[in-house]
Design a protein around this ligand. Structure first.
Ligand code: ATP
Length: 762
């Protein structure tokens, strides 16, 4: 059942409602305390009075407001647990499981500037398990959202706009700092305070982030330094490679031309030798022809031809051997040079397998640490691992037993050469034998023919020339063999260079003429190529790994630096915002204080018919000078911040009396003073509504009238809900609600006329 009392606008109450200010529209109570059933209070007047006998549930209405606005103190709602707020049932009606209160505001004037709605409802419900739920316009929200929304409309947390029964002088008994909080709240400074807190929270978070990012940067710095050195080394290696490329190009160009030109030259010489040999042969043939006339002669000349063929055969064989020997000699010289170069290498060489084992062991150990070790130690170990890896790369042998291989090659070549030298010796012998056999055969022929001495002489000359040409031919063959070797060596060198420094090593223009230089210049080039090759090999290795790791690390570093920069910027702007809010707060507070003081003095004078009162800022407070113990339980940080703000003292000056200490005021005087102050605060920054629960209880007739006057004057800026037994106060209301409680213990609401109200109230 819904109890909705239709408000009666009272006529003849002596108060004219020229402008009816409606910001508070409605209060809906269900299951809250004695309001077991849904009850709706409509506030379509500037002043609404709630009347009724003791214990009927009037104060529960004020508490319903507190509750819906997010009050957290059970004490100020006269309960111990949230369960106490829920209708506990009676012999006639079962208990409720949920207490809910909705306050509906008129937002046509956008008292809640952030909400673009004509009406704003704030709802809170509490359940028997203690859970609270909040909703704004029906959407669930957090308490903080409610608080921020209310602060934006000047409805603060300190409840300065809801004055509970017997609490009128709370502002007088409050500690200076608490008083300041109430004043700040009344002045609407909570919004700034919220924003400041928010900014401070963000600043704290930002500074935490700064510390984190700085720690990260410190952590990766040594790794980056190490990688930078590696990259530098790689760059040096690249320089070396460039140098090697340049030397190689020159060397190959010259070497290629040298081999080609020398070969052509040698082959031309060889052709000449062959031509000359052919001439000698043909002349020798003529001699032989002449002696084949008889059968004896034929037999003899057959012996000569046989001897000649034998000589030709062994000579040819020897010439082939000479070319091969030339090639072997060249190869041997090259191999010797290389093995000397390897032996002279200043580095210690360690077999690759041993290094791999060690590397694996280090990896294994570092991996095992991954979870256990603190960040810095782990980073150090990881960087150490990379150091070792690169270090190992440099000292690993290019081949397990490179040196031994070279030495073996020298040995093999020497062996081969020696074998060939033996064969050559044998062939030389055979050539000599063939030559003397031929000489003998010819002599026999000559003797038989009885040719003249002169012819004999000529024959010997021819044989000698032939031997000379043949030896020249052998020399040329050896030379060609050596050139063959050089060509092979060149091909190998080209392959090696391409593997080391890329195909560019071969990009050179072929030379048609050799430079005017000693052959030793090429040897020097070759030596420097060998040296460069070794250095390039050493410097190379895991180049791409290091580079990509370096890039990753520097990218990360740059990212962190940028992050720090951003954080510094946002930290600076947060500081600026905080300081702006601080000065805004200070300024608004100073202005507000001055305005409240002006009003306070005026209301006080009005209430007491003279005298004065004002709020004074405490002397810069030393911690401990304050009697407010509760604050000391807060965090030391916020305390030190709060300590910077002086609290507020109240100075009064009663007319015709010399009493100045608050303690010495009578109950009525205290009520008057606090009413003056509450009204002054409301005047400066009017809240949408003000609830006064029997604030007028201690007033005599004359003061009740003054109180009524002030209520009327306040109602021009704020809506007033006055719970009262005071006839004078009732007479100022536009709407009167009577609250009664029947035998069922349930509070009931009814609209009453002024004349009825006085009766209802009893
Ligand atoms: P007074 O004029 O004496 O100040 P009042 O009209 O302000 O009285 P309230 O204090 O608002 O009266 O109401 C108190 C009544 O509410 C008591 O009768 C009390 O039993 C009742 N009440 C409080 N909490 C509950 C609850 N949880 N369930 C049922 N009734 C409750």
């Amino acid at each position: 059942m819904l109890i909705a009392a239709t408000p009666l606008l009272l006529e003849g109450s002596g108060f004219s409602y020229a402008i009816i200010l409606v910001m508070l529209k409605r209060l809906e109570i269900a299951g809250f305390k004695s309001f077991a059933k849904k009850t709706v209070l409509d506030f379509s007047s500037s002043v609404t009075s709630v009347v009724g006998p003791n214990g009927s549930g009037k104060s529960n209405v004020a508490e319903a407001f507190r509750f819906a606005l997010g009050e957290q103190s059970m004490k100020s709602m006269r309960g111990k647990r949230s369960e106490d707020l829920i209708w506990s049932g009676s012999n006639m009606a079962p208990r409720a499981n949920r207490a809910a209160v909705v306050i509906v505001f008129d937002n046509t004037r956008r008292i809640f500037p952030k909400l673009d709605f004509e009406e704003v409802s704030i709802e809170r419900a509490v359940f028997r398990d203690g859970a609270s739920e909040y909703a704004i316009n029906g959407s669930k929200v957090r308490l903080r959202d409610v608080q921020e929304l209310l602060a934006s409309a000047n409805i603060g947390e300190t409840g300065h706009h809801i004055i509970s029964q017997g609490e009128a002088d709370r502002i007088l008994t409050a500690a200076p700092r608490e008083r300041r909080a109430m004043l700040e709240d009344a002045l609407g400074l909570k919004v700034f305070e919220f924003r400041k807190q928010e900014a401070e929270r963000k600043l704290e978070k930002t500074e935490e982030n700064v510390a984190q990012v700085e720690a990260l940067r410190r952590e990766i710095a040594p790794h980056i330094r190490f990688l930078a050195k590696q990259v530098e080394r790689l760059e040096r290696a690249e320089e070396l490679a460039k140098e090697l490329r340049a030397v190689s190009q020159t060397y190959f160009a010259i070497e290629e031309a040298y081999i080609r030109i020398e070969k052509e030259k040698t082959e031309a010489l060889s052709r000449d030798v062959k031509e000359r040999l052919a001439v000698i042969e043909s002349e020798l043939a003529v001699f032989e022809e002449r002696v084949t006339t008889d059968s004896e002669g034929m037999k003899r000349s057959e012996a000569v031809r046989k001897a000649e063929r034998e000589l030709d055969r062994v000579t040819a064989e020897r010439s082939v051997l000479a070319r091969e020997l030339g090639r072997i000699e060249g190869a041997l010289a090259g191999a010797k040079q290389r093995s000397i170069a390897v032996a002279r290498d200043p580095y210690v060489k360690i077999p690759r397998d041993d290094l791999a084992t060690l590397q694996q062991e280090i990896d294994r150990q570092v991996m095992a640490l991954d979870d256990a070790a603190p960040g810095a130690v782990l980073a150090a170990l990881q960087s150490l691992r990379t150091v070792m890896k690169v270090f190992f790369e440099r000292f690993a042998l290019p081949n397990d037993d490179y040196l031994a291989e070279e030495e073996q090659l020298v040995h093999d070549l020497e062996h081969k050469r020696n074998e060939m030298l033996v064969s050559d010796g044998v062939l030389e012998e055979q050539v000599e034998q063939a030559r003397s056999a031929l000489a003998r055969a010819r002599e026999a022929t000559m003797a038989h023919e009885e040719t003249g001495r002169e012819q004999n002489r000529r024959l010997l000359d021819l044989a000698e020339s032939k031997a000379k040409e043949e030896s020249e031919n052998s020399r040329l063959m050896a030379k060609l063999g050596e050139l063959d070797y050089l060509a092979e060596e060149l091909e190998m060198g080209r392959r090696e260079a391409v593997a080391l420094v890329g195909v560019n090593a071969l990009s050179f223009e072929p030379l048609s003429v050799l430079p005017n230089e000693d052959r030793r210049a090429q040897e020097d080039r070759k030596r420097s190529m060998e040296r460069l090759k070794i250095r390039v090999e050493e410097a190379g290795g895991s180049g791409d790994d290091v580079r990509s790791e370096f890039k990753e690390a520097t990218d990360r570093e740059a990212f962190l630096a940028k992050e720090l920069e951003d954080l510094a910027t946002s930290s600076a702007s947060l500081r600026e915002l905080i300081s702006d809010l601080d000065s805004e707060l200070q300024k608004s507070f100073a202005e507000g204080l001055a305005a409240v003081n002006a009003s306070f003095g005026e209301f006080f004078g009005l209430m007491f018919g003279g005298g004065g009162a004002r709020l004074i800022l405490e002397e810069a407070s030393a911690p401990g000078s304050d009697e407010d113990d509760e604050d000391y339980e807060e965090e030391s940080v916020s305390r030190s911040k709060k300590n910077q703000k002086p609290g507020i003292e109240i100075a009064v000056n009663l007319p015709k009396k010399r009493v100045q200490a608050l303690m010495q005021l009578s109950g009525g005087e205290r009520a008057l003073t606090s009413i003056a102050l509450i009204f002054a605060m409301s005047q400066v920054n009017p809240p949408p509504f003000l609830i006064l629960d029997e604030t007028d209880a201690a007033l005599d007739e004359a003061n009740s009238r003054r109180y009524g006057d002030m209520i009327e004057s306040l109602s021009k800026r704020s809506q007033l809900i006055v719970i009262t037994h005071n006839r004078e106060t009732m007479s100022r209301a536009g709407i009167l609600y009577g609250v009664t409680m029947g035998a069922d213990g349930i509070s009931k609401l009814l609209s009453v006329k002024f004349e009825e109200a006085v009766t209802v109230a009893k």
